[in-house]
Design a protein around this ligand. Structure first.
Ligand SMILES: *[C@@H]1O[C@H](CO)[C@@H](O)[C@H](O)[C@H]1NC(C)=O
Ligand SMILES: *[C@@H]1O[C@H](CO)[C@@H](O)[C@H](O)[C@H]1NC(C)=O
Ligand SMILES: *[C@@H]1O[C@H](CO)[C@@H](O)[C@H](O)[C@H]1NC(C)=O
Ligand SMILES: *[C@@H]1O[C@H](CO)[C@@H](O)[C@H](O)[C@H]1NC(C)=O
Length: 530
């Protein structure tokens, strides 16, 4: 372990003689530029690019080290294809961290989402080297007291764990017992998926461990805002939540790492160039129904795993971590059963509150102007969801830049022409896979005259008089958005869906869309009072 530590420090000195503040914008294109430079200047290295970048910070830890086995050789690392500017950027991006309300190691992607680079690179690295189930040695899994784990760990750093190579399919179809808590020994994980472990499951497990002094776990963290969208430099977290490192951006990067790593490990050699892969995956203009694109990462990831197998993988990652870092105060005295409970809670919370929820881009991310005046708070939970179409803009928006421009023009119209305080809708649904936050879950909107205190106004961008939104966009409003609203306590479980025209004299939400929403389970007729 010590030897490795020294080696890594040396490598870093070799690689990064000069640390400067990055001057390039924190945009995914900058990451692609770094990879392009490596591919161009050092083609022999391009398969090792993610590990080169990951090691640009000395802080790669024993867990990552174990799972990202087969790091490049020292000869490879002597090649230094990056100029000082790209080096500085790589150094600042390779390590994800959260500190005093700021998040570091994240970039803005063309789809409007923010992505942590570290788990993305780790996923790419595993994908290039091969996704596999790594056996957890018997002595780690059989123990149910932390002291035994401590005794057995000493060998871990040097012997490394034996690798069991299995095909991804084989591994993905592990049949797991969903009720993991009783009979811990029988179901104790025997292996971890190296891809999930370096990207997602270790981070999830750690975020749901009890804090020091039995404080509650930090859990899922918030999203955030860029200082500016054209040339982003700093990213500030929203809200005053405890400083969880498991932010929306971290989870985005982790899911992208899982999806792209899985793709790479299935693709035949020679592997596709990472620059091509990333440019396609994050490419602009990706509207429609789910594809292998960043916009649909949550759905694609949900298809790749289940809550039960995640719980098992998180548990396995925690076991491994406990063995590797016996002095970690968060884990020192936790028993197997407690680790299993932590894993089950983390898997449930992540699945329900993230994976199965639509991605909502906060106001700051589409460039909203400030609210005028002082907003009125809603009295939650509400009992209604009112469906609208925007009519103007009449074209569905299929890319972040188009949807964000639509949001800004609607806000301008509502504020300047209608004289309202803000864009009227609570939420707006694009055809790019995203929900755009208008007034959000907490503030009274201006969408359905006489009913704004009673329900949320949700609008589809487009004119749905004669055509329907995509199946994906429809499913957001019919299923995922209200389900998450109910779960978060914003919407009553017995909420009703109405079309705008049922309450106000208008054609909204368009004939075709209105006919369609009448088939939804929560749709209700309005009782006419006479
Ligand atoms: C684990 O705990 C059970 C019950 O507390 C005990 O019977 C068993 O011997 C323990 N196993 C090990 C390997 O320590
Ligand atoms: C997964 O495993 C189960 C049980 O071994 C088997 O019945 C099923 O066909 C497998 N599914 C796939 C997709 O391989
Ligand atoms: C997920 O799987 C379902 C059922 O197999 C499929 O209909 C859907 O299109 C998939 N979603 C994505 C995003 O691939
Ligand atoms: C909306 O669609 C209807 C039916 O296609 C069309 O008659 C109308 O002109 C459209 N309105 C706008 C503003 O595009």
């Amino acid at each position: 372990m010590l030897l490795w530590g020294c080696l890594f420090i040396m490598l870093n000195v070799l690689l990064w003689p000069e640390i400067r503040t990055a001057s390039l914008p924190l945009h995914m294109d900058s990451v692609i530029q770094i990879l392009a430079r490596i591919e161009k200047e050092a083609p022999v290295l391009h398969h090792a690019a993610p590990s080169l970048l990951l090691m640009s910070e000395s802080s790669i830890d024993s867990f990552q080290h174990l799972l990202l086995s087969g790091t490049p050789s020292p000869e490879e690392l002597k090649l230094d294809p990056l100029g000082p500017e790209l080096q500085a950027l790589a150094t600042s991006l390779a390590r994800h961290r959260v500190n005093s309300g700021q998040e570091y190691g994240v970039v803005l992607a063309p789809d409007g989402s923010t992505v942590a680079v570290e788990p993305l690179l780790a996923g790419l690295e595993v994908g290039l080297r091969g996704r596999r189930a790594m056996a957890i040695p018997l002595e780690f899994r059989a123990s149910n007291s932390s002291s035994e784990v401590r005794d057995t760990h000493k060998e871990a750093g040097s012997t490394l764990l034996p690798h069991i190579s299995t095909t991804p399919q084989e591994f993905g179809n592990m049949s797991l017992n969903p009720t993991i808590l009783p009979a811990v020994h029988a179901n104790s994980p025997t292996s971890v998926d190296n891809l999930l472990a370096v990207t997602l499951t270790r981070a999830l497990g750690v975020a749901f461990l009890p804090g020091p002094g039995n404080h509650s776990p930090t859990g899922l963290g918030p999203d955030g805002c860029w200082d500016q969208l054209s040339a982003p430099k700093t990213f500030s977290l929203l809200g005053t939540e405890a400083s969880s490192a498991l932010t929306v951006s971290y989870l985005n990067g982790a899911l992208d790492g899982v999806l792209l790593g899985d793709y790479l490990s299935r693709s035949s050699k020679p592997h596709p160039k990472l620059t091509h892969l990333l440019a396609q995956y994050y490419g602009a203009g990706v509207g429609g129904n789910p594809q292998f694109r960043s916009n649909f990462r949550r759905d694609n990831a949900a298809n790749l795993t289940s809550q039960e197998s995640l719980a098992q993988q998180i548990w396995g990652s925690l076991l491994l971590l406990q063995a590797l870092e016996p002095s970690n105060p968060q884990m020192a005295n936790l028993l197997q059963t407690q680790l299993a409970e932590v894993a089950a809670r983390a898997a449930k919370e992540f699945t329900e509150a993230f994976l199965e929820c639509p991605a909502i881009l906060p106001r700051c991310r589409w460039g909203a102007a400030p609210y005028r005046g002082s907003p009125t708070m809603l009295n939650l939970p509400l009992g209604f969801l009112y469906v609208h179409h925007t009519y103007e803009p009449h074209q569905p928006c299929t890319s972040f830049s188009q949807c964000a421009a639509n949001m800004k023009s609607m806000q301008r119209y509502h504020q300047d022409t209608n004289g309202w305080d803000d864009i009227g809708y609570s939420f707006v649904v694009g055809t790019d896979g995203y929900v755009y936050e208008g007034r959000g879950w907490h503030w009274v909107g201006a969408h359905t005259l006489g009913h704004n205190f009673l329900g949320f106004g949700v609008s589809f961008i487009g004119n749905y008089t004669a055509t329907l939104p995509t199946a994906y966009a429809l499913r957001i409003v019919r299923d995922t958005l209200p389900r998450c609203g109910v779960r978060a306590g914003h919407l009553r479980p017995d909420y009703k869906i109405h079309g705008h025209r049922q309450l106000v004299h208008t054609d909204c939400p368009g004939d075709a869309l209105y006919r369609h929403i009448r088939t939804w389970p929560h749709f209700r007729e309005v009782k006419k009072k006479l």
